[in-house]
Design a protein around this ligand. Structure first.
Ligand code: AMP
Length: 211
């Protein structure tokens, strides 16, 4: 199954992707994580993407489309994939039609004021990318990743000013992608303001999974 997760930054896409992948037994392709890895490794792509990401803007479509196509065509994705953070523009959604089909598009609905509060408390593992929240989803040991033991950090683009820009970019460029999939009849809304478990339960129901 090919599943795409749409929603504002901090809406819970990454957290849910990590849970759903176990139930669906397909890999997660997170374009944000791929780009952060490219930056850490100082690849050509990373160097081109960094300034856009630091400022809360989207990386140009032409940099990202080929990257996703290559991942989706690898054997890891023979049984499908969960796309977290792609497509983020209608041009990306249209380009994807040429190389892959989307079965279900999930749209995480979370008001902007909740996003701003969430991002202020978000802590991220720089190694395995697991995210936590200081109040709502704290790690077992303060400041340490439960999964891999790395010291947690704050993503540069979770800075309040950058979050405001990312929300603007989301409303301008990514919300139209929701309407694109609505038109295709495969958009499902998920209320993303409850607990992690409440959100997962909605998703499992939409996907018809008995978890
Ligand atoms: P994320 O971790 O999904 O919030 O992505 C972090 C940043 O990576 C975004 O603010 C963008 O700058 C960039 N990015 C991730 N996915 C895409 C995409 N599909 N198109 C353009 N830029 C992207």
């Amino acid at each position: 199954m090919k599943l795409i997760l749409l929603g504002a930054p901090g809406a819970g896409k990454g957290t849910q992707a990590a849970l759903i992948k176990n139930a669906l037994k397909v890999p997660v392709i997170s374009t944000g994580n791929l780009l952060r890895e490219a930056i850490a490794q100082q690849t050509e792509l990373g160097m081109q993407a960094q300034a856009y990401m630091d400022n809360g803007h989207l990386v140009p479509d032409e940099l990202i489309i080929g990257l996703v196509k290559e991942k989706l065509e690898s054997h890891d994705c023979d049984n499908g994939a969960i796309l977290d953070g792609f497509p983020r523009t209608v041009a990306q959604a249209e380009a994807m039609e040429a190389f892959s089909q989307v079965d279900v598009a999930l749209s995480f609905e979370v008001p902007d004021e909740v996003i701003v509060k969430r991002m202020a408390g978000r802590r991220t593992c720089p190694k395995c990318h697991t995210t936590f929240h200081v109040e709502d989803n704290p790690p077992k040991v303060e400041g340490i990743c439960d999964k891999c033991g790395e010291t947690l950090g704050i993503r540069h683009d979770d800075d309040p000013e950058v979050v405001t820009r990312r929300l603007e970019v989301y409303h301008e460029q990514t919300e139209p992608v929701k309407h694109y999939y609505e038109g295709k009849g495969n958009l499902h809304s998920v209320i993303g303001t409850g607990s992690v478990e409440e959100t997962s339960a909605q998703i499992y129901k939409i996907l018809g999974l008995n978890v």
